[in-house]
Design a protein around this ligand. Structure first.
Ligand code: ADP
Ligand code: MG
Length: 613
């Protein structure tokens, strides 16, 4: 029986690839003879710049050539789109409005062409990595980018987990604590991972999604621009081309300073003044560079300290320090880390390839190619997740919009947790379940993942009916929420990801058509319609509440009472705001218009929270 299965598995073996979709560089890897290996480009490049160009003929070009065009055609080429992932604001590229995930899909399509060239055309599955600190929205945008590129996205995994997996495969028998410090082009991530008997468990993870090598380049750009202003009274940053040229030069300077102590900057044709070219010729030293970026680097150390604290470990508990990401080639990074830990970081993990190789390891675990390895990876939830509740405010009052955490940040996943709540009003027969992620005690400051209404709660006095809310969070970072009325057992479940998928099918089809048109060089296609991926749920998933007016009225009445109390505490502008709020609450209650009432309640809640600050 077992043998049969094995041969079946062998014959139907489909390679799943691992992809590092980086801000600056991207790469794809697979498992070859039990080991992860890169899938190179036809030009034999193991990593490619994450840059997309739509050239003058409307042709899509990705990688090194696109990167070279950043200076000459800044409005046709785009870099660092990963920083915008999750945003619904389109980016104008060669006159076309594209969403960040659509541009990312073009990068992934390029990688897919390498995979197809290697394994033959056909459906391919992929594991794609994201920074541990990516929000739910950013993860979904990444997954969508993969699907738009034609991959079946098997899993989204965290980059540090991937890096640890790449290391773990070669050290399966060692039990240790690994700190992964990943400083790339646009993001910084640090994680502590425990490896025990082949089980890799992320203990804690933190970072800064807006910190990386790009910032170091811009620091150099600013420094050089100031020098230009001093010498010639001209700010080169005001000219798009000069700015792009300076940025490219800044990166070269930075890289040279990783191996040299000083570099001569020679930019004779940076700008034009009175019909004469003007430029820069200066000496730039490593210590000057370090002085510019040291505050940023020390910020990464603060994150390291925080992650250790969250994992409940001392620096001396860390057995291995893995430096990942191109920016860890800066000698000062090495120095800060070895000073802090009193030990040298490991040099045998390839900073550019570790994440893609690790994604391939995860893919191999999934496809069965590494089933015998004994490796298992778990992860942690990067944010706290919970629901909006009535919460005590200023001692004796309660108000809506408090954040009740069900899954605390850094909980090991997959996980299931439940909490029971009770009805807030007499005769409350429905409850609104608002799902949030974030760390603030008021949901207003957190991120709404979705909401639904549990109807059919038996009419009873306030507090008498229990509602059990269960959160299930899986390894893909996908959340399933169930609300159950305790007395009747009636339950409703919403999967944040599924609901969104259904909702965005139309947007997905439109995106796919748009990309198709791009590849067909369809210059006439100037459909600039904004394509928004809206957070929301399929109608079928939402049980309309029969009697939500009762609940809304009760909420409005409670708010009105509080607003009247507040009136005495404020003067001037604030008191006028409260008066207006009281009038609109009263009007909305009198009119009996549910939509209006909901709007006014939302506004009133916002105003109350503002006033508290
Ligand atoms: P990402 O994960 O964001 O795609 P990478 O890990 O590929 O990023 O790192 C890219 C960053 O590393 C860029 O900002 C690049 O300038 C920087 N980098 C690459 N090589 C060096 C080097 N030798 N010295 C300093 N920085 C470098
Ligand atoms: Mg990276």
């Amino acid at each position: 029986m077992k043998n049969n299965n094995d041969s079946q598995q062998q014959s139907s073996f489909r390679p799943i690839v691992g992809i590092d979709l980086g801000t600056t560089t991207s790469a794809v890897a697979y498992i070859h003879m039990g080991k992860p290996d890169m899938v190179p480009s036809p030009h034999n490049k193991r990593i490619i710049p994450s840059v997309v160009l739509i050239d003058l003929q409307g042709k899509v070009i990705v990688g090194e050539d696109a990167r070279a065009a950043l200076i000459a055609m800044p409005d046709r080429a785009i870099a660092a789109v990963k920083r915008k992932m999750g945003s619904s604001e389109p980016i104008l590229l060669a006159g076309q409005a594209l969403l960040p995930q659509e541009i990312s899909a073009l990068i992934l399509k390029e990688l897919k062409s390498y995979v197809d060239a290697h394994f033959g055309a056909g459906e391919k599955e992929a594991v794609i990595t994201v920074p541990a600190y990516f929000t739910d929205e950013q993860r979904r945008a990444t997954k969508q980018a993969g699907e738009l590129a034609g991959f079946v996205v098997e899993r989204i995994i965290n980059e540090p987990t991937a890096a640890a997996l790449a290391f773990g495969l070669g050290h399966i028998d060692e039990d240790r604590h690994i700190l992964v410090y990943d400083l790339g082009g646009g993001t910084f991530d640090v994680s502590v991972i425990e490896m025990m008997s082949g089980l890799l468990e992320v203990k804690a993870s933190t970072g800064n999604s807006l910190l990386g090598g790009e910032d170091f380049d811009w620091k150099i750009v600013d420094c050089l621009a100031e020098q230009m202003i001093k010498e010639h009274g001209v700010d080169p940053r005001l000219d798009l081309r000069a700015k792009a040229l300076l940025k490219a030069e800044a990166e070269k300077i930075k890289m040279t300073l990783s191996t040299e102590e000083a570099v001569t900057v020679s930019l004779p044709l940076l700008a034009v003044q009175n019909n004469h070219p003007i430029g820069l010729l200066i000496e730039f030293t490593r210590s000057q560079f370090i002085a510019l970026i040291d505050t940023l680097l020390l910020e990464t150390l603060t994150c390291v300290q925080r992650v250790l604290q969250e994992a409940n470990l001392k620096p001396s508990d860390i057995d291995e320090i893995l430096l990942v990401g191109g920016s860890t080639r800066i000698p000062r990074v090495h120095e800060i880390m070895s000073d802090y830990f009193g030990r040298e970081p490991r040099m045998d993990v390839h900073p550019d390839e570790a994440v893609a190789l690790g994604a391939a390891v995860q893919a191999g675990l999934k496809s069965g190619a590494l089933a015998e390895s004994g490796l298992i990876a778990t992860d942690v939830a990067p944010f706290s997740m919970g629901i909006s509740v009535l919460k005590e405010w200023k001692g004796n009052q309660v108000r809506p919009g408090g954040f009740h955490i069900i899954l605390p940040r850094n909980t090991t996943i997959p996980v299931t947790r439940s909490d029971t709540f009770c009805t807030a009003f007499d005769d409350q027969t429905s409850a609104s379940i608002e799902i949030y992620q974030g760390e603030h005690e008021w949901v207003k400051h957190n991120h709404l993942l979705g909401e639904f209404i549990l109807a059919g709660i038996p009419s009873n006095s306030a507090g008498a009916e229990g509602i059990e809310v269960t959160y299930r969070y899986n390894l893909n970072g996908i959340l399933e929420v169930t609300a159950k009325c305790v007395s009747t057992g009636k339950a409703m479940t919403v999967t944040v990801q599924d609901a969104l998928n259904r909702d965005s099918q139309e947007a997905f089809a439109a995106s796919a058509a748009k990309l198709e048109a791009l590849y067909n060089n369809d210059d006439d296609d100037d459909d600039d319609d904004e394509l928004e991926l809206e957070d929301g749920y399929d109608e079928e998933d939402i049980l309309e509440s029969d009697d939500s007016p009762t609940v809304l009225h009760a909420e409005a009445a409670a708010l009105l009472e509080r607003a009247q109390d507040l009136l005495g505490e404020f003067k001037g502008q604030e008191s006028t705001r409260i008066e207006k709020l009281i009038t609109s609450l009263q009007e909305a209650m009198d009119r009996g218009d549910i939509d209006l009432l909901q709007r006014v309640i939302d506004e009133a809640t916002d105003t109350m929270i503002d006033l508290e600050v």
